[in-house]
Design a protein around this ligand. Structure first.
Ligand code: PLP
Length: 390
């Protein structure tokens, strides 16, 4: 049976569903990116973005995927041979550390089990051991999209402060920005890395660096080669409303609209909505008798939930059945989690009834794929949503 009616359920943890309002905003003629109308667009977008990051300083926008913003954060602040401290929280932290190595940085990785966030105490220990302050940056993935585990960024900041270490703090918020509470300035982050295709509800294609004063100062002496990613010319051109290259004009129309939607709902409400859906999803998973991958109650992701399958069951087969029978895409297990987990994305343009449909598809798919589950998962989620709606 192939279902053709209704909309596809895109419930991977990004790219996420693009709201009709944003699609309509992008369906407009591309304008002269050196003309006055474009300058107004740039200024409006940059003014709206600051509050989304919780940043008063510059936010640089690249026509790029998130990986570009990872590279930009490193090449703008560091020099060849600099030491950087990274925490292995999953597939994406691993990719970021590999990228750093290829750029010529000396990467020290704190090993992890992919079920916990970065360990602030271990970070403090490593920094204490670095008496000569050779570690120039601590890099953390706020929300590990491969595992559904968050890192406690304020605690990581406190770890740096508690040992008086001057390293920069670089944070990847690609799957947390505009979904999970995040505060660039207040939490003392130096570079925040983000992308358009998750909480910002846009298609892929834009990436961001929010930049602290300290990171700007580091930029002036950082020696890694850079050209396209260089903050300097972009910040200078942005002041007049322009970019030093052809920007992604129509994506910027979409970004202006998405920021307006976030402001209308209010970021605290956006965060609370994601937490509510995450908690309802966990209630369903536990009622099915399955295990959530995240092992620390403090670190559950508001953006996605990773579900462990019992031994002998293939998570990719469950996803295949769900796509074929119910036209829903779920996230695959990545790296060493391939086949062991599937990931339910509940971020971005998403409401209670989208969650109910999503969990209904997951429950039926698990049953059809022969995974032994208890009934009642969807009902457990409904109960949670009902209580919260009162
Ligand atoms: N970091 C995280 C946390 C991600 O989830 C992703 C992609 O999903 C990336 C980095 C890489 O971003 P991109 O695929 O847009 O290059």
């Amino acid at each position: 049976m192939h279902i053709t009616g209704g909309r596809h359920f895109l419930q991977i943890p990004g790219p996420t569903n693009v709201p009709d309002r944003v699609l309509r905003a992008m369906a407009a003629p591309t304008i002269d990116h050196r003309g006055p109308e474009f300058a107004e667009l740039t200024k409006a977008v940059l003014a709206a973005l600051g509050p989304v990051f919780g940043a008063r300083g510059p936010v640089v926008i690249y026509p790029s995927s998130g990986t570009g913003a990872w590279e930009a954060a490193l090449v703008n602040t560091l020099s060849p041979g600099d030491r950087v401290l990274m925490s292995e929280t999953g597939h994406f932290s691993t990719l970021w550390s590999e990228l750093a190595g290829r750029l010529g940085l000396q990467v020290e990785v704190i090993p992890g089990d992919w079920r916990h966030g970065a360990d602030p105490a271990e970070i403090a220990r490593r920094l204490t051991a670095d008496e000569r302050h050779e570690i120039k940056a601590v890099c953390v993935v706020h929300n590990e999209t491969s595992t559904g585990v968050t890192s406690r960024v304020p605690d990581v900041r406190a770890a740096l402060d508690s040992v008086g270490h001057p390293a920069l703090l670089l944070v990847d918020t690609i799957s947390s920005l505009a979904s999970i509470d995040y505060r660039h300035d207040e939490w003392g982050v130096d570079v925040t890395v983000a992308g358009s295709q998750k909480g910002l509800m846009l298609p892929p294609g834009l990436a961001f660096n929010a930049i602290s004063e300290k990171a700007l100062a580091a930029n002036r002496s950082a020696g890694l080669p850079r050209s396209y990613w260089d903050w300097g010319p972009i910040i200078a051109a942005n002041e007049r409303g322009f970019f030093p290259y052809t920007p992604g004009t129509n994506l910027l129309y979409g970004l202006r609209e998405a920021c307006a939607m976030l402001a209308e709902e209010g970021l605290p409400n956006v965060f609370a909505r994601h937490q509510r859906h995450a908690a309802a999803t966990r209630a369903a998973v536990r009622a099915w008798g399955l295990e959530v991958l995240c092992a620390d109650e403090r670190e559950h992701s508001g953006s996605l939930t990773a579900v462990l399958l019992p031994d002998g069951h293939d998570a990719d087969e469950v996803r295949r059945v769900i796509l074929e029978k119910f036209d829903m895409s779920l996230g695959a297990g990545l790296g060493k989690l391939t086949g062991k987990i599937f990931r339910i994305g509940h971020l971005g343009h998403f409401n209670d009834l989208t969650l109910v449909g999503t969990l209904g598809g997951v429950q039926m798919g698990l049953q059809l794929a022969g995974v032994p589950i208890k009934p009642g998962g969807v009902e457990a989620a409904l109960e949670h949503l009902r209580e919260e709606a009162q």
